[in-house]
Design a protein around this ligand. Structure first.
Ligand SMILES: Cc1cc2nc3c(=O)[nH]c(=O)nc-3n(C[C@H](O)[C@H](O)[C@H](O)COP(=O)(O)OP(=O)(O)OC[C@H]3O[C@@H](n4cnc5c(N)ncnc54)[C@H](O)[C@@H]3O)c2cc1C
Length: 407
């Protein structure tokens, strides 16, 4: 349900979620299903001119996510997974990771070895959002309000979000799901560490001449960054190339066909020739590590990229966000009767519950990005040896896989 409240009106609910990405929408569904009334505060939609024209045969979205089992289980429990267009979802059966240099290391794991049906699933952003929007239409406890937030006021027992048009939203708990530049985080004066990777992730889709057999390929190339080709349904793959800034500028000035030629040396053996999918679309995203000093403040919890931004080399930013939602729901459900959902102790439990998962993923992705971001030969040898060694240590490998699966 979408409401356009009249100016100066007051909206009341248990929770106000600020944001309208996949994480905000999933949190809204989860909290509503748990019996809380939810106001979802979305910014005014961008003008129609910015939106791609709908076509009968929807083109493949260049924004795709590798969703793990945590994401799958949460979305399934909210009846969102079943609403995805499964014809557009590709399971990942094997991950093949390659090092660089004269003696490149190799690391591979597969669903069979991990005793699961699939390691992860590649889902388009548009497919996920269509399923979430459809579920939200039928969610009885969710009220969507469109407007610009200007001020967040917190008191002992509640909080109020003030909008530019005079509308106020009063609630017990404000959830900041408003992305890397989080307005909610700023309103709470939560400081954060920021470090640019001086890289941009370039994304686009290709048809491949040979079948990919559900393999997600990743190459750590040193000077040219990290290249991933992820399986899409049919003989198609989706590129995520984390390239140094200078190189990214050059690539973005070229055509998608030139980009395919740049990838030929890596992809030819397993995937054959790559051909850009039509209509051609190449996008880039600046990459940074953002670590807020806390994910809670009085009456406030941060989730998703508002709470942590990591390098996409492991494909886990969104998965961490789904983990935030699962833990927030659990902590709220397990609270004592006398505590309400914005109680400081309850929020502190949420912060504690997230600490280990988030820290592990920050350390792992940041460590790998730094380790593989240099061309220093001794380091190159060590990291390639490390990949080979890991490949031969079943126990460590199993631990790594279960972490990646979100199990
Ligand atoms: C190239 C690339 C590849 C990636 N691949 C993967 C992957 O394979 N797997 C994975 O798990 N993760 C992946 N990620 C990470 C993933 O994209 C993010 O972690 C995820 O999109 C974060 O979702 P979010 O909803 O928290 O934030 P966002 O998607 O940034 O959404 C925030 C929303 O808040 C809204 N908003 C902002 N300000 C306000 C305001 N003041 N009021 C109201 N609303 C507001 C915005 O409009 C936006 O809709 C990848 C990231 C990149 C860059």
């Amino acid at each position: 349900m979408t409401t356009v409240p009249t100016p100066a009106s007051t909206v009341k609910s248990d929770v106000c979620i600020v944001g309208n990405g996949s994480i905000a929408k999933t949190a809204a569904l989860g909290l509503a299903q748990a019996g809380h009334s939810v106001t979802l505060l979305c910014p005014p939609a961008p003008s129609a001119a910015n939106k791609p024209a709908p076509t009968a045969d929807q083109p493949w979205d260049v924004r795709v996510y590798a969703l793990n089992h945590t994401a799958h289980d949460l979305l399934a429990s909210l009846k969102v997974w079943g609403a995805l267009d499964m014809g557009r979802v590709a399971p990942i059966d094997t991950m093949a990771i390659h090092g660089d240099g004269v003696q490149p290391g190799d690391l591979a794991f597969d669903a069979f070895g991990a005793h699961v049906g699939s390691l992860a699933w590649i889902v388009e952003d548009s497919n996920l959002n269509q399923a979430l929007d459809a579920a939200l239409k039928f969610a009885p406890n969710v009220n969507t309000v469109v407007g610009n937030a200007t001020r967040l006021e917190t008191r002992d027992n509640d909080a109020t979000v003030h909008l530019a048009n005079g509308v106020t939203i009063t609630c017990s708990l404000v959830v900041g799901a408003d992305g890397a530049q989080s307005w909610v985080r700023n309103q709470c004066d939560i400081g954060f560490d920021y470090r640019s990777y001086n890289q941009r992730a370039i994304v686009t889709n290709f048809a491949c001449a040979k079948p990919h057999h559900g393999v997600a390929y990743q190459w750590f190339t040193g000077a040219e960054g990290i290249v991933a080709l992820l399986p899409l349904p049919g003989d198609r793959v989706s590129l995520v190339w984390s390239a140094p800034d200078d190189m990214a500028s050059t690539i973005m000035a070229e055509s998608a066909t030139q980009l395919a030629l740049r990838l030929a040396q890596l992809a030819q053996e397993n995937l054959g020739a790559l051909t850009p999918l039509q209509p051609e679309q190449v996008r880039d995203f600046p990459l940074a590590l953002i670590k807020p000093h806390t994910v809670v403040a009085p009456r406030v919890a941060l989730i998703g990229d508002a709470a942590h931004v990591i390098h996409p080399l492991a494909g886990h930013g969104m998965n961490l966000g789904f983990g935030d939602i699962a833990d927030l729901l659990k902590v709220l459900a397990e609270r004592e009767d006398q505590r309400n959902i914005g109680d400081a102790r309850v929020l502190a439990r949420y912060a504690r519950a997230r600490k280990e998962d988030v820290l592990l993923m920050q350390l792992a992705t940041d460590g790998l990005a730094r380790l593989f971001g240099t061309d220093f030969e001794p380091l190159r040898m060590v990291r390639n040896l490390g990949l080979n060694l890991l490949n031969k240590l079943p126990m460590v490998k199993r631990k790594l896989i279960s972490q990646a699966l979100g199990k």
